[in-house]
Ligand binder design. Structure first.
Ligand code: GAR
Length: 187
C-alpha cells in the first residue's frame, strides 16, 4: 500500500507514521509528503527520513482551482492507494475528492461532528466539554464532514490549556491513525 501524506505544520502525527513504518509495525510505503506552503517542519522531517517531498504553494496561485489541479497532478504522480491529510489545513476541491473516493483520510482533534474547523481543541475547551477526543474520517468537500472511520475519547482535565489538551489528544490521534492505516493494509 502506498500513501501520500499532506501536511501544513509540524507533522508530529506524520512522524509517528514514519516511525511505525521504520520499525516494521506498519507495512506500507510513504511515497511522498507534500505541503501547501514552504518551510514546514513536516516536510523537513520527511526529507530527513529520506522520503520524497513536494510543496504546492497555495499562495503561488491566483486561482484556487489552479492550486487544486496542481496538487492533484502532483499527488497522482506518486500513484498512492491512499492520501492522508495529517494537519493539512486546506480544503481541497471536488476534483481532488473525486479522484480519491474513500481513499482520502483526514484526522481531526475533536469528536466530530462536534467542533469542526481549524480550532477544534480551542472550541471544545471554550465550550466546557468534559470529554473530547479525535476522529479519523474520509475527507469530503466540507469542513470535517466526511464519513467517520474511527474515534477515540480524551478527558478534559481541570486546568487544561489548549496546548496541554492538544498534546494528549495527539497521543490518541497518532495511535488511531496508525491503527486505521494498519487495518487498511490488511484489505
Ligand atoms: C492534528 O491534531 C490534526 O488533527 C489537526 O492538526 C494537528 C496537526 O498536528 N488538524 C486539524 O485541526 C484539521 N481540522 P501535527 O502537524 O503535529 O501532526
Amino acid at each position: 500500500m502506498r500513501i501520500v501524506v499532506l501536511v501544513s505544520g509540524t507533522g508530529s502525527n506524520l512522524q509517528a507514521v514514519i516511525d511505525a513504518v521504520a520499525s516494521g509495525s506498519l507495512e506500507l510505503t510513504i511515497a511522498a509528503v507534500g505541503a501547501d506552503r514552504p518551510g514546514t517542519y513536516g516536510v523537513e522531517r520527511s526529507a530527513a527520513a529520506g522520503i520524497d517531498t513536494f510543496v504546492v504553494d497555495f499562495k503561488a496561485f491566483e486561482e484556487r482551482s489552479d492550486w487544486d489541479a496542481a496538487l492533484l497532478d502532483k499527488v497522482r504522480s506518486y500513484q498512492p492507494d491512499y492520501v492522508v491529510s495529517s494537519g493539512f489545513m486546506r480544503i481541497v476541491g471536488a476534483k481532488f475528492i473525486e479522484a480519491f473516493p474513500n481513499r482520502y483520510l483526514n484526522t481531526h482533534p475533536a469528536l466530530l461532528p462536534a467542533f469542526p474547523g481549524a480550532h477544534g481543541v480551542r472550541d471544545a475547551l471554550a465550550y466546557g466539554v468534559k470529554v473530547t477526543g479525535c476522529t479519523v474520517m474520509y475527507a469530503d468537500a466540507g469542513v470535517d464532514t466526511g464519513p467517520i472511520i474511527a474515534q477515540r475519547a480524551v478527558e478534559v482535565l481541570e486546568g487544561d490549556s489548549e496546548e496541554s489538551l492538544h498534546e494528549r489528544i495527539k497521543i490518541a490521534e497518532r495511535e488511531l491513525l496508525i491503527e486505521t492505516l494498519r487495518q487498511l493494509t490488511s484489505f
